[in-house]
Design a protein around this ligand. Structure first.
Ligand SMILES: O=C(O)CCC(=O)C(=O)O
Ligand SMILES: [Fe+2]
Length: 228
């Protein structure tokens, strides 16, 4: 299931990240440095060296925005977050159809992280480039995603996906993966829907005992399904 997180970054954070990336110079490297054998032949973009100072600075800003965002927490139920990475596609660049690797090595601590959820945070204004749509296949069909700068999409890491060729301008984005407390996408979606419904009921005068029972059910399901 695709879930959008509008305005993950506020104007100030977005501005800071963009200007850090614009001045990153030699920290921009060929995107294939981190691609596996499936991704490498179809990956034509650039990305920031994940060990560079600029990557660390931008990662801090984004991880702190993620940790403060209730919709992200509710949708992803994060256990581990892979340090966010940054890419750009100039004219003609694209990323052909691929499925993200299932296990990644954390670049800072060397620990393994299972990729349950994939994320793209859009950093360029959609009016500033043509093409560069993120196309995601799921069991309901193909979805084309192009969001406002500062907005993010989450999708199951099991999905086949593509970034279509940029035909004008530059597409700048941040991408990363989450090992969720709940590995199954269907279970995670049920918990997200239930949490949203409970939050809405909490804005009303609805029966307090019934709401308490629902909150209990939410936590008892999470307890059964989480694998921390
Ligand atoms: O640029 C994007 O939106 C997605 C990048 C991607 O799919 C990847 O790096 O695996
Ligand atoms: Fe990918």
């Amino acid at each position: 299931m695709l879930i959008t997180i509008p305005q993950l970054l506020d104007t100030q954070a977005l501005q800071t990240v963009r200007s850090l990336l614009e001045q990153a110079g030699e920290a921009w490297v060929d995107g294939r440095v981190t691609a596996g054998y499936q991704g490498a032949p179809v990956k034509f973009n650039q990305q920031i060296d994940e060990h560079s100072e600029v990557a660390l600075q931008c990662q801090r800003i984004i991880v702190s925005a993620l940790e403060r965002h209730p919709r992200f927490i509710s949708a992803a139920l994060p256990n581990l977050i892979y340090p966010p990475m940054f890419n750009r596609y100039g004219e003609g660049m694209h990323f052909g159809a691929h499925v993200d690797g299932s296990v990644r090595i954390h670049p800072h601590n060397g620990r393994k992280l299972r990729t349950d959820v994939s994320a793209t945070l859009f950093l360029a204004d959609p009016g500033d480039y043509d093409g560069g749509d993120l196309q995601i296949d799921d069991s309901y069909g193909a979805h084309s995603v192009k969001l406002a700068a500062g907005d993010m999409v989450l999708y199951p890491a099991t999905s086949l996906h593509t970034v279509t060729p940029v035909t004008r301008g530059v597409r700048l984005a941040c991408f990363f993966w989450v090992q969720s407390l709940v590995r199954d996408d269907g279970q995670r979606q049920l918990l997200f829907d239930m949490d949203n419904a409970i939050q809405r009921l909490n804005q009303t005068e609805a029966d307090a005992l019934a709401r308490r029972t629902l909150v209990g059910c939410y936590h008892n399901l999470l307890r059964q399904w989480s694998d921390t």
